[in-house]
Design a protein around this ligand. Structure first.
Ligand code: SIN
Length: 191
């Protein structure tokens, strides 16, 4: 599969007949909402876990030196907390462009974090079969990789640190993200 997913996303889910669509964000979409939205609410999805296993060729790295960013990995026992946005369907032109490096959108159910019900919406997932997928590595190795990566959207460590701060604000304990953050801080202190 090509790692530019724009066309595939447009074809798999025409959205124009809908008045609005909910989107679940779990990575940069939590802290960087560079699109108009009608409302946003903290939410969680079941059966997925956040991992820095996706390569970034277009935001936090380059095709020659990909950065590492978040994707979701299937994990039946896990819950992933993030931020949901209600948007009009035209916003997906921007989102598909932003998430084009391997992410496909899926409809799934997410629950509001305050326990007041659930809704069906879209989430972008970069699966193991996309060309930019990097897969597992130790959290120390991921931190070292992130410390040395940069792309058109800025340094890779900014992505990690902003995500960790946003998760803290949401009162989420994400051991994977926080372990990478700690390893990055230790690396910086060692220089
Ligand atoms: C997301 O945030 O939901 C997708 C991954 C990213 O853009 O960082």
């Amino acid at each position: 599969m090509s790692h530019n997913t724009i066309l595939e996303n447009q074809q798999r889910q025409p959205l124009d007949h809908l008045d609005s669509v909910w989107l679940f964000g779990y990575g940069s979409l939590i802290y960087k909402a560079d699109f108009p939205f009608l409302q946003r609410r903290p939410a969680q999805i079941h059966g997925w876990t956040r991992r820095f296993w996706q390569g970034s060729h277009d935001h936090r790295g380059t095709p020659e030196q990909p950065g590492r960013v978040a994707t979701l990995i299937k994990a039946p026992e896990e819950i992933c907390v993030g931020m949901a946005y209600e948007v009009t369907p035209d916003v997906f032109a921007h989102l598909d462009h932003r998430e084009k490096n391997g992410y496909l959108r899926f409809f799934t159910e997410f629950e509001w974090l305050d326990g007041a019900g659930a809704v069906k919406g879209l989430v972008y997932v970069a699966g193991p079969d996309n060309e930019a997928f990097l897969g597992p590595a130790s959290e120390a190795a991921i931190a070292a990789h992130i410390a040395n990566s940069e792309g058109p959207s800025g340094p890779n460590d900014e992505y990690l640190l902003k995500l960790a701060a946003a998760l803290r604000e949401l009162k989420v304990n994400d051991p994977h993200v926080f372990a990478i953050e700690q390893a990055l801080i230790a690396l910086r202190e060692a220089v």
